[in-house]
Structures are given as C-alpha cells and as structure tokens.
Design a protein around this ligand. Sequence first.
Ligand code: ZN
Length: 447
Amino acid sequence: MKGPTVRFLGGVREIGGNKILIKDGPDRILFDFGPSFSPRVEEFYVEYLQPRSTSRAKDLLEFDLIPRISGLYAKETLGDGDLPYVAPEVHGIFVSHAHADHAGYLELVDPSIPVHVGEGTRTLLSAIETSTRMKYGDHPWEVFADRKPIRVGGIEVVPFPVDHSIPFAYGFIVRTSEGTIAYTGDFRHHGPRAADTHAFFDAVAAEKVDALLIEGTRAGPDPRRNLSEAGVRSGVDRVLTERPELALACTYPRDIDRLRTLYAAAVAADRELVVSVRTAHLLSQVAPRFPPGEVPVPGRSPGLQVYARKKRVSYLWERPFLGDALPSEEVRRRGRKYLLALDFAHFPELIDLRPPKGSPFIHSMSEPFSEDDVDDRVMHNWLDHFGLQFHQMHASGHASGTELLDIVRAAGARTVYPIHTEHPEAFEKAGPSVRLPELGVAYPLTR
Ligand SMILES: [Zn+2]
C-alpha cells in the first residue's frame, strides 16, 4: 500500500487495549499501548499467574495477547522468543492518558523509542510508579503542550485536551502526507473540563478529517445509571447531611475530579475527607499541575486527613503522611466527623472500624456490567455483613451512546472507525461513513 495507512492492533470490539499504528512512507507512530479489559488475557493469565517480569513480551506473544510487530519491543522482554529483536521501526508513541488500558504496556517498548505524553500525564505516571507495582520502563519522554503541533518525520500530531475521568487526557489530530486523522482517546462531556471536549470536536469538524477514530465505551445497550459530576456532588451532599454516622466512599484511585467532589462535599457537611496514603501521595504530586487551591493537599488543605492503615513496613514515599495520619480507633470514635474514602483492597479495615449499622457506603464507581461479577458479589457480602447502606453515585468517564452519535454526525469525517467498544455496530445509526474495523488490517487513509 503506497499512501498512509491506519491499523488497529487492539481496542477492536473490546473496551481498552487501544494500539493504533499509523504508517506514512518511512514514518510509523503508535497511539496508546495498554492491555485490554477483555477476558482474552484471562484465558491464560489470572491473579497469581502472570507473565514473567524477565520476559513479559515473550510470554504474552506466546498466546498472541500483544501484537506481533517488529521494531517495537525491548530486546530483553522478547528474550529468545520467536519474534526476533530488531532495532526500532516505530518512531514515537503517543499516550492519550494515564489509564492502564492505554499506557500499561509501555514497559515492553524498546527504551530508545520516544514516548510523547502531556506534562500532567508524565506526573501521574511517575506517581503511579512510585506508589504501586506498576512499571512503565525507561524512555526518552517527550512532553507535549496543549494544541502545539509535534513533528515525527513527515507526520504532524496536534494534542487537544479532553475531559475524562482522569485529568490530563488528550485527543489528537494527525496530519499525514495525504489526509488527516482524529483520534479521540477516552472522553466525556459531563465533567469539569467539558469545554475542552467541545473545543476538540470543533477542531475536528473544522479539519474535515478523512478518518475519525472514536471510542465507544458506552455505545449500544447500557442500562447503568449515570450522573454528571455535579449530580454526584448533590447526591453525596444529601447522604452526608442525612446520616449521622461514619460515611464511607469508594472511588477509582486516579479519579482526581471525584476526590475533589468528595472533599468539597465533606467540607460543606462539616466533615473531614480521610484518604489512603496512596491517594495522599497522588494528590500532593498532581496538585502543582492545577491552579492553586483546586486540588486539596494533605497537610496543607484543612478538612483533608490521611488514614493510618496498620502495616508492618512503610515505604519512603509513604512516610511524609504517616506522622499525622488517623488510626482506625480515632475514625471509629468520632465517625460522624469523617468521610472515609477506602479502597476495595482495604475492606479488612472495616473489622477495626465497626461502623454502626446503617452507615452509608457511597459506591462512586461504575456499576458492574455483568450480573455474576465476582468483585461486586464480594463487596456486597462485606456491606451486608456490616449492615452498611449502599448508595450508587457515579459520573462515567465516557460519553453516552446518543452523545456519540451526535458527535459522529457533527464531525463530518469521511470514514468513522469505532474502537474501544464492545458494540461498534451501534455507531452505524450515525450513517454510512461508519466502518467497523478489523484487528490488524491496514486501512488506507485516502481512496
Ligand atoms: Zn480506556
């Protein structure tokens, strides 16, 4: 094929796992590189059974769980597998945002390939690396600025900020030698940065792109309730004023917007928000990337506390927060003063906290998709055991099915490829420009 092409090496009929390869003459760039949330990987690797850290790519390639492309993977991770190491043939990777399904395989990438990220994403990735077992590898990190074009060979990439459930998320306009592409990353319209999403799609429409690569997490049947971020706030306000006991909440660990919402609601209800040490580390790292005062910081913002989980050892990064951290006894004794944001993995703390029966538990995450979701069953077993009152309050990180169709119609792209969705056919209602992509096929940009 002579002209520029786009290939989908992941994110096809699945949520997450986007891996988009754009080829233009000698230039090749990749957008996003993370594992999918599809059950495919779990056919071979579950919980305790994981690829070896010494040869992760080799172990994933064995079952075709990552794409078999040359000139992308690091020599060490390929080991003596059947995909031989060759020097880099991919000239840059752009990461739309710091969620695992977009960035989680960066560790496998040849350490000489530049990785382009927003400045805030770089901060988030290093905060995650410090405070979890996640590793992204060593790379020449290239930090881009909002709407400022970057050149990789003959290809020009313009990053546009969009609103998503993690801050510093981007969509891109990509200009090749013949034709242009818009790639949305993950986005929504109902969060605090909705104006950014609108500005991106205005730019996409003005560009008259040849191909629109759009995420469709919520396309097709989706019975789950969804609030706006403001809707979550008023729901939490109601619970906090109505209930006199300790209030508990559970959020996604990197959802800074939700943490801000919980903090504001706690302060308004004359309570204090109590977060984990990991959340405390994250907040203190990302706060400088926001306007002053926008993100609460432990030790500086009144009404924000850190919870002291009982642990045998503490890491260096945890230590700044441990001195003033609240032990379970204090949270138990003056429960009505607190809103405690607990991770699912920290549920055993409930055994020490013993919240009074009827204490509210705010589940501020997606409802499970399937009825036999194991984690959901286990969570409800715990809540039932302690007699906690369950409240579902969440604003999704993604646009709704009808919003997606409106965007596609307004964008006027020549061809639309729905990705990051289990229901790409739901986009066909938007008109004949929709083409359901197949995994690994190279689609020419211009015909
Ligand atoms: Zn995603």
